[in-house]
Design a protein around this ligand. Structure first.
Ligand code: AMP
Length: 281
């Protein structure tokens, strides 16, 4: 397994691999890896000859009052986990190289970024789009695997790749959960034992709304109201948003035709957690 820090060296490697007809699969991450990330790596392995995983805590996707400084990092641990997965290359660049002085380009995927996390994390998806384009230009993958835990992120990247005729395929991967339903997240490490128990209400609300949907309840307000009651019943869980929205445009729905996305963001203590699930029969 190679560890590459230099952007130039990564580009040269990618060029050489492409010249020798190797298929490159890519998993972009911010590190502090868990089973969710590793499932994406396995998916990339299934599709490709060479698997590249990037580890980069991207400063431009964090707001001024967010957790950039305290975001968990442990390169040595990540390195071991990726070695066990037979990863071929870890791309581990530095922020000063990714964003040299004078950097001023950005790409905006309009519309979709106005909803859900885009509403409460202004500029977040501009930062995401920027780093993903840069990483694609550096790693030159044929496939890039993204988790549906960040559903809005996946849809934005999928749209961007289509709109910009980028020559790769983005592959979605379902949310990986703990046995008790909590979606895996690097941020779960911030949770105290008590907060972790409280956080289970998020998955409970997903299960409840799925059942309601199966029973024929299609009124978005009734579904949201039930979710709100459940989340609020757990003291210390502060709702950022609860949304029943279109699975493609992410626009809030007033009527559900055949399916909808239930998306939640909430603070458990100081930790912001997100989750989602598609409601369908
Ligand atoms: P992050 O390191 O949080 O930026 O995540 C890197 C990639 O892993 C993104 O595509 C995420 O959607 C994905 N990911 C994070 N958590 C999970 C999970 N629990 N299940 C599946 N994919 C995940």
């Amino acid at each position: 397994m190679k560890i590459i820090n230099s952007i130039y060296e990564m580009q040269k490697q990618a060029e050489a691999l492409r010249a020798s007809k190797k298929i490159i699969g890519f998993v972009p991450t911010m590190g502090y890896l868990h089973e969710g990330h590793l499932s994406l790596v396995r998916k990339a392995r299934e599709l490709s000859d060479i698997v590249v995983v990037s580890i980069f805590v991207n400063p431009t996707q964090f707001g001024p009052n967010e957790d950039l400084d305290r975001y968990p990092r442990d390169f040595e641990r990540d390195r071991k986990l990726l070695e066990q997965e037979n990863t071929d290359i870890i791309f581990y660049p530095e922020a000063k190289d990714m964003y040299p002085e004078g950097f001023c380009t950005y790409v905006q995927v309009r519309g979709m970024e106005d909803f859900l996390c885009g509403k409460s994390r202004k500029g977040h998806f501009i930062g995401v789009a920027m780093v993903v384009i840069k990483l694609f230009n550096i790693v030159k993958p044929h496939y890039a695997v993204f988790g549906l835990k960040d559903y809005q992120q996946f849809k934005i990247i999928e749209r961007m790749v289509k709109d910009l005729n980028m020559d790769l395929e983005v592959i979605p991967y379902p949310t990986v959960r703990e046995k008790d339903g909590l979606a895996l997240s690097s941020r779960n490490t911030y949770l105290s034992e008590e907060e972790r128990k409280k956080a289970l209400i998020i998955y409970e609300s997903i299960k409840t709304l799925k059942e309601m949907f199966k029973k024929g309840i299609r009124d978005p307000n009734a579904l949201k109201q039930r979710a709100k009651e459940m989340l609020e019943s757990e003291g210390g869980v502060i709702i950022d948003y609860i949304s029943i929205c279109d699975t493609e445009t992410l626009e809030e729905l007033t009527i559900i035709k055949d399916k909808a996305l239930y998306a939640i963001a909430c603070f458990v203590g100081k930790t912001r957690l997100i989750d989602n699930s598609i409601l369908e029969v």
